[in-house]
Design a protein around this ligand. Structure first.
Ligand code: SF4
Length: 286
């Protein structure tokens, strides 16, 4: 870093001493995000004041789940990720179910490397149902936890063939009876394939970022989902999950989130931000 440039790492107190004098921009002055920071927020918020939903300017009675703040978050997510969907490639609900089971503790890139050959080798649910978990293991080994995943995929296939005519049901209660299918997996299949909003997908990204944005203080995925279902309008449940998952992949990383490039920055008060123009709340950490 050149001499004289103030580091972007914010003070843990939330007071952004000397931010005003920092040579900020990784952005141009034409960038509205920069304009917002430099003109309204930088150096103005203190630990004793609270930011408003839109501008980050101090206001009384800060409520992180106030409808206007939630609306602003959703609006900015729409601007950032207007047309996103589920990353695992799939052509049928069964393929989506398999890809989602395989994505646990893995990356979508990893899963997408495995599934084309997997679905060529076993083209339908009946082909999977004819396997033993041990036979499937070599095909899914690279996604990690392959023994459990093989058991889940083969078990789900057998149950679908035996009890559901080989069709993936569009009913959450029935989906939850399949081996290896939890609410996250069921919500992915229902939302992405059947366009049914039965809940909010809470994966590792949604878990982390919902807490950073103070939409929940819970740490348990089912409780986080319940909180999100209360504050996010139902018609946004499906898209919100996709957008937050993409945000986690692109900017809001678990370690060193790229806050300086994030358009949510001046309404985000997460305690572990790497750049801040507003008060940071310790309670809003990962
Ligand atoms: S400002 Fe930082 S912590 Fe907050 S949502 Fe954006 S990237 Fe994540």
């Amino acid at each position: 870093m050149p001499r004289g440039v103030v580091p972007r790492q914010p003070a843990r107190t939330g007071r952004q001493d000397r931010v005003r004098s920092a040579r900020v921009p990784l952005r141009t002055k034409a960038d509205p995000r920069l304009a917002r920071k430099t003109s309204s927020s930088v150096g103005k918020a203190t630990a004793a004041t609270k930011p408003s939903a839109k501008s980050g300017k101090p206001s009384k009675g800060y409520n992180p789940i106030a409808p206007e703040r939630v609306t602003e978050i959703l609006k900015r997510l729409n601007d950032l990720y207007p047309d996103v969907t589920c990353a695992p490639t799939h052509a049928t609900p069964w393929e989506l179910l398999v890809a989602t089971i395989l994505s646990a503790q893995s990356t979508d890139v990893n899963v997408n490397r495995v599934t084309p050959e997997l679905f060529r080798k076993y083209p339908n649910v009946e082909a999977f149902a004819a396997l033993t978990p041990e036979q499937l293991e070599p095909d899914v080994r690279s996604t990690g936890f392959f023994r459990n995943k093989s058991k889940s995929v083969v078990g789900a296939a057998k149950k679908l063939v035996a009890e559901f005519g080989g069709q993936v049901p569009d009913d959450i209660e029935k989906l939850l009876t399949l081996p290896g299918v939890d609410r996250k997996t069921a919500n992915v299949v229902l939302g992405t394939w059947f366009k049914k909003a039965e809940g909010v997908v809470v994966d590792t990204h949604v878990h982390r970022i919902s807490r950073r944005l103070e939409l929940t203080t819970q740490n348990d995925p089912p409780k986080i989902e319940q909180d999100l279902m209360k504050v996010i309008p139902k018609e946004r449940w499906i898209l919100f999950s996709h957008q937050i998952i993409w945000h986690g992949r692109k900017l809001c990383f678990a370690r060193k989130p790229k806050c300086v490039d994030c358009t949510l920055e001046n309404i985000c008060h997460a305690g572990d931000k790497t750049w801040s123009t507003v008060e940071m709340h310790k309670a809003a950490k990962v």
